[in-house]
Write a protein that binds this ligand. Structure first.
Ligand SMILES: [Zn+2]
Length: 247
């Protein structure tokens, strides 16, 4: 019974002080965002790996920017869902809480999360390809593509991690050290089969942390999870939170 699983998740979390939540595409999908990740992701008939890459940007920056401008414009219209809200509220509940995400849409911040470790960067940041200056830009759609750096005039690029690029070191190390120190890792909306997700789960499990998985689909993570909540995070997390609040 999933009610038993909800109760077990709440029991594990009740006494915890060091908690890491790790989120992926499933949480965004519940808000209605096309995430394009995963096999077979297409945009205008083109494989997503062929749009979201340094090679594609070098060949045709306007084309790549059209894709990101469209994503930014779509994301700007959607709202965080109850899963985002619970994960934001937990920053008040747990004394030591780290929210790590693979999502680039900023919906965690939209729900009120103040510190988010963004492993894949953000749609709302742009970075100069000339001088490296980074800035936040929330204009969607952008007035001109590609945007240009106000300092040096070079093209700016989306502040996201593309296929073939390394994760930002600071974000990854932050996620890893939080996983190493946590008592509970809550994995939400990601199958966690590929690096770095798999690595974070392994790190937490190795130090004896409890692993709670929230995912509507069966995943390769299940054998590492102490509790598996097999359902949408927007429905499951509020139930766990209500049980926590109920003492
Ligand atoms: Zn510049």
């Amino acid at each position: 019974m999933f009610q038993d699983e909800v109760r077990r998740a709440a029991e594990i979390l009740r006494s915890a002080t060091r908690v890491v939540a790790f989120t992926g595409a499933g949480v965004s999908a519940e808000s209605g965002i096309a995430t394009f990740r995963g096999a077979g992701g297409l945009w205008e008939g083109q494989r997503i790996e062929e749009v979201a890459s340094p090679h594609a940007f070098a060949a045709d920056p306007v084309h790549v920017w059209r894709f990101y401008d469209q994503r930014r414009t779509n994301v700007a219209k959607v709202r965080p869902n109850p899963a985002h809200e619970v994960l934001a509220a937990w920053q008040e509940r747990f004394p030591n809480y780290t929210l790590v995400t693979q999502n680039v849409d900023g919906l965690h911040q939209g729900a009120g999360s103040r510190r988010v470790v963004e492993l894949h960067g953000s749609l709302w940041r742009v970075r100069c390809t000339g001088c490296g200056r980074e800035r936040e830009d929330r204009t969607a759609p952008l007035p001109a593509l590609p945007p240009r750096c106000a300092e040096c005039g070079a093209f700016e690029r989306p502040g996201v991690v593309w296929f073939g690029e390394a994760l930002p070191a600071e974000a990854f190390l932050g996620a890893e050290s939080a996983a190493e120190a946590c008592e509970v890792l809550v994995v939400v909306g990601t199958s966690a089969v590929v690096y770095p997700a798999a690595g974070l789960v392994a790190v937490a499990a190795a130090v004896g942390a409890k692993v709670i998985e929230v995912n509507p689909e069966a995943s390769a993570l299940a054998h590492l999870a102490d509790v598996t909540l097999r359902g949408p995070a927007g429905a499951m997390l509020p139930q766990v939170d209500a049980m926590l609040a109920g003492g």
